[in-house]
Write a protein that binds this ligand. Sequence first.
Ligand SMILES: [Fe+2]
Ligand SMILES: [Fe+2]
Length: 285
Amino acid sequence: MATQTLPQQPLHDLDEWDEFLEGRYKEGKSAEEFRVYDATATPGVAEFYRQNHENMTVEYVLAKEAEYFSLNKGQKTIWEAAEFLNTLVDDSDPDTDLTQIEHLLQTSEAMRRDGQPRWMVLTGFIHDLGKCLCLYGEPQWGVVGDTFPVGCAWSKDIVFHEYFAKNPDRLIPEYQTKYGIYEPNCGIENVHMSFGHDGYIAEVMKPYLRDESLYMLRFHSFYPWHKHGAYDHLCTEKDRSMLEWVLKFNQYDLYSKGHTKPDLKELKPYYDDLFAEFLPPTLAW
Ligand SMILES: [Fe+2]
Ligand SMILES: [Fe+2]
């Protein structure tokens, strides 16, 4: 398959955002270390968040949900989706960098080594397949980045919060209150989250996987919630009970990346069985 690079995008590649997260949430990080994440220290990441926060409006989110949540981009197997995502390469050192499939396998293999349930290993493998949105032409800021609800006040716990100053939703009073367009404790499943790879992959998997898995998929980048405890006023008891699974997942998402290349050929039979156990042969994307 032909490879593609990302033109004119602030991040060197999508992994730059993952590396930023890993640095930001590294355990034992002191307040001083935390401050290095400003616009001067990480200009690409800052520009990426500026674009994200200025453009992620209610109107934009509803339009993207209508476009992608109807799953009309064709049928693909999991392997086909993973191969498709693999055509997204970055222009950094091709010898040392891992492919997207290798990154997915590192996450799922770390779960498997720890004896996590099979449905969770599956979730680990598929969790970033939604990054193929980039290959459909979506900009980086509409694919990755921490996610947050739209249509209500932005939490101060959203990174680079200051960039919301130029978001047009700032001028709509209804969107600026604590609850905005939502009812108290309406459930985060019923909230319109900023659009990205998380929500998309959760929609693809919705008919097939259990709630714990869908929460891991849908909310894995919702750092303001799962790391900072924000937006509890929109949560139900179910959301709160699912949080422990999202946190369990996050450990692997943040820390499982290494530089040993997983052996796809050797691992493939295990994953063929795993996919067949939970999913139909092809899925609507
Ligand atoms: Fe992700
Ligand atoms: Fe990830």
